[in-house]
Structure formats: structure tokens, C-alpha cells
Ligand binder design. Structure first.
Ligand code: ADP
Length: 488
């Protein structure tokens, strides 16, 4: 809006007409005082100020306007019919005027000037607004940065307090923070600790995971700077995502050396104990079998039934010790698989017959699917062991139901064998653990005997055949354990 200040209403009238006919919004004041009051109250883009006015002349008004922050930037255009000498014009500019127009006015020139000042002021205001917004934005950014820095400091403080070696990496995979424990194993704050020559290379393993944006978990031996000894650590490196993109990584090395040593001692004990138990048990079994034969030859003496029961228990003990021996073989990497082309159907039938022979008579095993009557390279004894394990568990964990379904399915790549029972089932979140060593589902561990190693051995056998093993189950409804074997 333009403010016209003149003590002569006629002048105001004609100027107002001129500007309004050119789409300017116009306000008017008949004295310097009124002009000051209005300028402090409203927002004007230009003030056209008559120089000669009673009480307060135009120069005084201009000087007064330049004293207020609200009005000091408003451009002023002086109009004068009398004070046209150079000294007045100079005074006009000094008092804050942007231009000085003498009367009589050339309306075209005046309009051009008004338009120019008007636009200049508009642009000026827009720029000021933009600058103000930018300042606000900058302030916000500075505050955010300060908040983030304090969060990071807090996070680093937490990492310092951890008993583990802790570190972070930036999005380029470069170590950018390490806690004080780090320096027990590395003398540089950006190089990983030295690893045992037989173990994986951390940088290489990390790069693989970085490409896929996946977490890394590794058991690894790293060298202590002071003692020069390698200690087993569990290395974990997890990506931190922000908007679907990996922003940085957080890593820890947890010392598991003592745990590893105890585990090794336990495995050694298991291995020695099962070997030592096996030898006398083999003799006991041999002598009991001799006794069994003798009593049978004596035409069924009444003690025969006890001997048969003893033989059953010896068989159970034998299979327990064999499982324990298998565990120590797996730990030492000595579980050997001798693959030869074998007929899978006949392995399956042998396993089913063994189970039917040794279990209660009311067990019913149904077959579904096409029979795998073809040769496939497997270790016959070991695959039979897996099947017997699945079937024994199906019977053991279904005390109320004696039906079992064995399904077979073959496609061009693999054969899949599954054993379904209608027993107690396994809770959802526990299913993934049943193939772990010594794992038993708590709910069933008291009611049913077992060591929790059968399925662990099965998964090892199937892994060595490059197959897959798994379970699907519903609590109270039953379970289906399956494995697949590749055809070539
Ligand atoms: P074990 O039977 O000697 O405990 P396994 O390794 O064969 O050891 O099985 C591990 C655990 O998995 C068992 O303790 C049991 O809790 C669960 N499990 C295995 N098979 C079944 C099944 N068919 N139904 C329900 N639970 C089962």
C-alpha cells in the first residue's frame, strides 16, 4: 500500500486517483503527525511525502520515520513545488528520501518511479522474510545437531561402560569410535585386532555382510597386545538403519575364551566317558546274548523273560552311548559320511520295520506319496539313523495317539521325507531350537526321557548330505519333522 501525505486535499485527491487507476492500494494523511501514526500502525511499501506542510514539514517526517525500526526501511518519495533548489533536494536525500520529484508532476514519470520503488520494497520485504526463515532453519538445524551430538556422547559413554570391546563404524565401514577395552587388542583406533591365522579375516567377513546389509556374528580368536596370546571372542556387528539405509554399524567383541575351554573339556570328557562305557557294555551285551541263547536252547526257562528285558535295556543304553559318541565325533569334525548309491525306499522300509519290531504292537504307520524307489548317494546307516530318530520321537511324544504318517515327495531336484505324528506338538517359538545340542522343550522334558541330542545329530547328518531339515508343529495337535536330500 502507498501512503500519500499532503496538507492539500486537492493534491491528495488527484494523486490518489492516478495511483488507484493503476491498481495501487492507497492510504492518505493530511499532516506529518497523522502520517507518522499511520506508518507505525500499518504496513506501507512507499510513502509519497509533500515537503511543505504546516507544523511538521516533509523532512521532519522523514527523519522521524527513520528513527523507528518498523518504518526506517520504507522508501520515501518527496514531492515539492517550492523547495526545488539543490540544497533542498540534498536535504531530502539526507533525511532518508529515496527520490525527489518537483511539481508540476509528470504523471508518467511519477508512476514509473512509484512502480519501481514499490517493487523494490516488495522484493526487499520478500528477501527479508526469506532471510528470517533461513535464520530460523539454521537455528533449528544447530539445535538438532546439538541434540544429536549429546545423544551420540551419551551412547559413547554407554559403550565405554560395557565390559566388552565395543566400537562403531560409519556408513563406509570405517571404524569411527572405539571404547577403552579396544586398546587391549589393537594399537590403532581404526584397525581391527589381529586374528589367529587359522580363523576368518574380520575385514573380509565384514565386507561380505556390508554388501548385503546383514549383521555379522563370528567366533574368532584375537591377539592380546600385552600377553601376545589369542583369546576366543564372539564378534557381533549390527547395521543401524535409518530410512531403510545403513547409517552406521555397532560392534562388540565378547570374551568367550573361558566358556570355550570349559566346552572343550566337557566334550573331551564326553568322548572319553562314552568310549570307556562302550567297552564293558559290549561285553555285557555279548554275555547276556549268550545267556539268552542258552536259556532258549533249554526250552524256554522262566528266567528267559528277565534276560530279554535286560537285553532291551542294554540296547537303550547302547544307543545312548552311541549318540554321545556321535556328539564327540561331530565336535571333532570326525563324523564321517560314506556316501554310496543306495535305494532310498529300502532304507525307509528297514527303518519302519525296525520301529514296528521294537515298539508296542498298536503303532500304525501309514505311507503317503510316491515311493522313492531309486538310487541316491547317501550313507545308508546314517539316513536310517535319522529316520529311526524321527519315528522314535513321533511315538515317544504321542502318548495318546499311535498313528504316524510317513510322506515322501520327489521333484527334479530333491527328495523330501517327512514323519507326522498327532502328539503333544511343540510351541511355535521353540521349534527353531529343537535341532540344537542338548535342547529339550521344557514342557515335555520332565514327562519324557531323553538327552536332547538325537535331533542335533540328525541335523548334522543331513547337513553333511547337503540337505535341509526342519519341523512344523502345532501345540497339542502334533508335529511334522522332515528332511530333504539333493538328488545329485
Ligand atoms: P530327546 O527326545 O532325547 O529329548 P531330541 O533331540 O530327539 O532329544 O529332541 C529334542 C526335543 O525336541 C525333545 O526333547 C522334545 O522336546 C522335542 N521333540 C522332538 N520330537 C518331537 C515330537 N515328535 N513331538 C514333540 N516334541 C518333539
Amino acid at each position: 500500500m502507498v501512503l500519500i501525505v499532503d496538507d492539500n486535499p486537492n493534491n491528495i485527491f488527484s494523486l490518489k486517483k492516478l495511483l488507484e487507476s493503476n491498481d495501487f492500494e492507497v492510504d492518505t494523511a493530511l499532516s506529518g503527525e497523522e502520517a507518522l501514526k499511520k506508518a507505525l500502525k500499518n504496513n506501507y511499501s512507499l510513502i509519497i511525502l509533500d515537503v511543505q506542510m504546516p507544523d511538521m514539514d516533509g523532512f521532519e517526517v522523514a527523519e522521524a520515520l527513520s528513527g523507528y525500526s518498523k518504518t526506517k526501511e520504507i522508501p520515501i518519495l518527496f514531492l515539492s513545488a517550492v523547495s526545488i533548489e539543490k540544497k533542498f533536494i540534498t536535504k531530502g536525500y539526507k533525511s532518508g528520501g529515496k527520490d525527489y520529484v518537483t511539481k508540476p508532476i509528470d504523471s508518467d514519470i511519477l508512476l514509473l518511479k512509484v512502480k519501481t520503488f514499490y517493487n523494490l520494497q516488495d522484493n526487499n520485504l520478500a528477501m527479508k522474510k526469506m532471510q528470517h526463515n533461513l535464520e530460523l532453519e539454521n537455528k533449528g538445524r544447530r539445535e538438532l545437531q546439538a541434540a544429536m551430538k549429546s545423544q551420540i556422547d551419551h551412547f559413547h559413554l554407554m559403550l565405554q561402560a560395557l565390559p566388552q570391546i565395543a566400537f562403531t563404524l560409519n556408513e563406509n565401514g570405517e571404524v569411527d569410535f572405539v571404547n577403552c577395552k579396544w586398546y587391549q587388542y589393537s594399537d590403532s583406533d581404526h584397525d581391527f585386532p589381529e586374528t589367529h591365522p587359522d580363523d576368518h579375516d574380520i575385514q573380509q567377513e565384514f565386507e561380505e555382510c556390508r554388501k548385503r546389509g546383514k549383521a555379522l556374528e563370528l567366533e574368532i580368536r584375537i591377539k592380546n597386545i600385552k600377553t601376545k596370546l589369542y583369546r576366543y571372542h564372539l564378534l557381533r556387528m549390527s547395521p543401524v538403519f535409518e530410512g531403510g539405509i545403513v547409517k552406521n554399524w555397532v560392534g562388540t567383541f565378547t570374551d568367550i575364551d573361558d566358556q570355550k575351554r570349559i566346552e572343550k573339556e566337557k566334550d573331551e570328557f564326553l568322548s572319553i566317558a562314552s568310549h570307556e562305557l562302550k567297552t564293558p557294555l559290549t561285553s555285557i551285551k555279548a554275555y547276556t546274548q549268550l545267556l539268552d541263547r542258552k536259556l532258549k536252547a533249554d526250552n524256554g526257562s522262566s528266567e528267559l523273560v528277565y534276560v530279554e528285558k535286560t537285553l532291551d535295556q542294554i540296547e537303550k543304553l547302547n544307543s545312548l552311548i552311541t549318540d554321545l559318541l556321535d556328539i564327540s565325533k561331530i565336535e571333532n569334525g570326525k563324523l564321517k559320511i560314506n556316501k554310496k548309491p543306495e535305494n532310498l525306499e529300502s532304507i525307509l522300509q528297514t527303518a519302519i520295520e525296525t520301529i514296528l519290531h521294537t515298539s508296542a504292537s498298536n503303532i500304525k504307520i501309514d505311507r503317503h506319496g510316491n515311493k522313492p524307489d531309486f538310487l541316491i548317494p547317501v550313507d545308508k546307516i546314517r539316513i536310517e539313523q535319522v529316520l529311526i530318530n524321527f519315528l522314535t520321537n513321533a511315538i515317544k511324544y504321542s502318548p495318546e495317539n499311535h498313528q504316524i504318517i510317513v510322506s515322501t515327495f520327489t521333484d527334479e531336484k530333491e527328495v523330501r521325507i517327512s514323519v507326522t505324528d498327532f502328539g503333544i506338538g511343540i510351541p511355535d517359538f521353540k521349534q527353531e531350537y529343537v535341532f540344537q545340542k542338548f535342547y529339550r522343550v521344557e514342557e515335555s522334558s520332565l514327562q519324557f526321557q531323553g538327552l536332547g541330542i538325537g535331533l542335533y545329530i540328525c541335523s548334522e547328518i543331513i547337513n553333511q548330505h547337503h540337505g535341509t531339515i526342519g519341523v512344523s508343529s502345532e501345540l497339542g495337535e502334533g508335529s511334522t519333522f522332515y528332511f530333504t536330500l539333493p538328488l545329485n
